[in-house]
Design a protein around this ligand. Sequence first.
Ligand code: ZN
Ligand code: ZN
Length: 948
Amino acid sequence: MPHELPKAYDPTAIEDHWAGYWVRENLFSVPTPTEPVQNQEKAFVILLPPPNVTGRLHMGHMLNQTEMDILTRWRRMSGRLALWIPGTDHAGIATQMMVERQLTTEGTSRQKLGREAFVARVWEWRRHYGGAILEQMKRLGVSVDWSREYFTMDEPRSHAVREAFVRLYHQGLIYRGAYIVNWCPRCQTAISDLEVVHQEQKGHLWEIKYPVLGDGGKPTGEFITVATTRPETMLGDTAVAVHPEDERYLHLHGKKLLLPLMNREIPIVVDPWVSRDFGTGAVKVTPAHDPNDFAMAERHHLPSINVMDDRAHINENGGAYAGLDRFVARKKIVADLEERQLLAGVKDHINNVGHCDRCKTVVEPRLSTQWFIAVTKKANDGRASMKEMAIAAVKEDSSGSKAIRFTPENYEKIYLNWMEDIHDWCISRQLWWGHRIPAWHCAACHKITVPEPGSTADPTACAHCGSTEITQETDVLDTWFSSGLLPVSVFGWPNLTSETRADFDAFYPTSLLVTGFDILFFWVARMIMLGCWFSKDVPTTDGRSRALAESVPFREVYIHALVRDANREKMSKTKGNVIDPIEIVKTYGTDAVRFTLASMASPGTDIAFNVARTEGYRAFANKIWNAARFIFMNVDKAAEVGITVDPKSLGSMPTVGADAPLEARWIVAELHSTSQLIGEALRDYRFDEAANIVYQFFWGSFCDWYLEIAKLRLDFGSDLLNAPTGEVLAEFKGTRAALATLVQVFEAALRLLSPFMPFLTEELWHAIYNGNPPARSIALTPYPRSTGWDLRVFPEMHLVQEFITEIRALRKEIGVEEKAMVPVELRTDAASRRIAEENRGIIERLARVSEVRFVDQIAGGLAEHSTPAFDVAVVYEKKIDVAAERERLTKDIAKYEKGLAAAERQLGNEAFLAKAPAHIVEGLKKQEAETRLLLEKARAALNALPES
Ligand SMILES: [Zn+2]
Ligand SMILES: [Zn+2]
């Protein structure tokens, strides 16, 4: 099995090759099981948080996918049926915006095209560009099952969305209602609270005087002053409210005001919600444009007057201001009030203004008719509300267990707090790109027809009056409604017949969700609500109704941290510090970038991405590459003298006998303990620990120690060939065993590293088998599993390592030339002496020692190091460069003299001695004595130098 490896490690060539191979071979596809799978023990199922079709891979994806891939590969190699499902999200707002921008550059628009043509155009866009991010993922080699790739608007997912809506509607949980929503005038749709970004902005607080009307509707000359940051909304005022106990207004209870500019009579209402301390204590009430006012209007049965259209222009309800943009209207209204002397004042004010997360337009709170899910309501059949289920799924139950476990744990509380406060979920969006709501409006009776559950045909007549004049709702569903259904819809729900439910039975609930904090409420919470709700209807395989722990969409949620730049700054386009993962992968290779992220990823800690580290891990990969080349070279040499390693001896966890040499017993024990530690770290999502453990093993234990020692045993020289037969056989035995262990450990170490560096390890693993591997990929071989190890080998090896490092340090200190072989004197106890004697060959080779002399006393005058276990000295007479030595000693003497003078001066200073603490004075005295000794030694050495 010889092996041609290119001299230099070139990640690009390797990675392109294997990335293509993995996809072509469908390596990670998991077919529908034909026999029942015990889900909890056997399957490891994970859903990729679907990136937007408009997306390009960023560092956050790279971290997210690296973590998922490490876990999935590790679980797969550890014998689990590992299924990782990829897909993309249709991303309603983002995608529609993208295509609208394209249309603008072509001089046309969505409106000119019309709905049908526009939607066709978006599909076309998606076919061309929507797969970009998946192509990037393929290049990164993520071990997903591409045969199960989904798109949130594909046929099965659309069917699930429709069925979910229809069922909820008939369960009495979907309703239509007037509600204050966050309206984006640019996107022309309602957006959720979560999609609104609040920013502080300098603005004004305008104080406006509203005339009080007396009996008979005549102004009394008195005014109530209200304050507002959005004066244009006054056009829709329907009352002014004061606190019931506010003495300033007691005499005005029950009176009316004249709304300026509109000349509309509005009542003064009393409401304990009004804060007496803010401004004048009187607030204008604009129910159609403010959520608090809307609630107040409900309490006081006030009308709501919407004064703006979809583009936030004043509509026909705005009198003289109709047609004006909201900000133009604001200016004009302020000017008109001033002219009428109704402006009491203008103050600077810092506003917290909501902006659309997508397009940054100022959001307008606005009354509109939307579709909602009543998340706090029990269903018609009496089952607990979605909110109750979603809380129970995360909270500890009476037996102390949790159906869903969060890591880091603090997210559990954040989730529960949010869930406790949850409002009805507004699921309608005024977009064209998305799942159109399956509800039909009747022109005759104005009632709504929603198909029955299970029916796939659209209704042709009104279910209430039979009229055929029905039209489908124009709104589409919130994107999160479809992605919230993914945990059930990827496994075939709602089409679960006895033939089609094998996937669902085997893989639901999924094992783990790895995601970022930013979509905890958007997505994680919604999957829990919808997953629990709909899987409840699916009985278990043995016909029971599903317990909560069996209805949750996933058992564990791991929330990963942010990737920041090297200075811990958040990456942002405006700051220009965004790192493009694809660029950096081109330079250093995917393996090195993955390893960088893994080596810094631990729960709750943000990552400061530093390219210097990536460079370091590329060097790590290179070191392994060179180790492989060295091993392969020896394998080839051995083959020439008839020694081979049986490929059948590879692929399991190596073991060696008690009579094997120390380094072999030690590296095998290291391998066992390392695999154990990696498993423990990964189970706790300590990617950093796992990566650092495997790094230390490969670089430190394997390359720096074991491989260096193994070189001792790998002698296939001509001496061996020419030796008498008996000797040859004896030598061969040791060599053969050493070579076998070396290759076995290396092969296992590659498997150990494989989840972290899949490309490098795949390449080298195939090379070991020289084109005839026992599996299609290293990813399909078993992860090295520890069967226990001999603890006694560690102190023994540690002692040998200590001998070597101390001798190396001594050599450096006294300037022994690198290649020179020198004798050493070693004083130690009987047990350590035995170890040193047994491993004399190792010490001699690695520390370049010509002879180890065991002594009772180290000879005087030798440079010596001591540890608790031994004293060691290097016996060395240097041939010295007299001139250089004279120069060095002269410099040293000058330095010591200076130091000594300073110390003497300080110790002669009475004032200092009087004040300084005793330990400082002692330290100074000790330092003085040491310097004096060094000075004397240096002077003597200088005197002893021969004349040059
Ligand atoms: Zn917008
Ligand atoms: Zn009707």
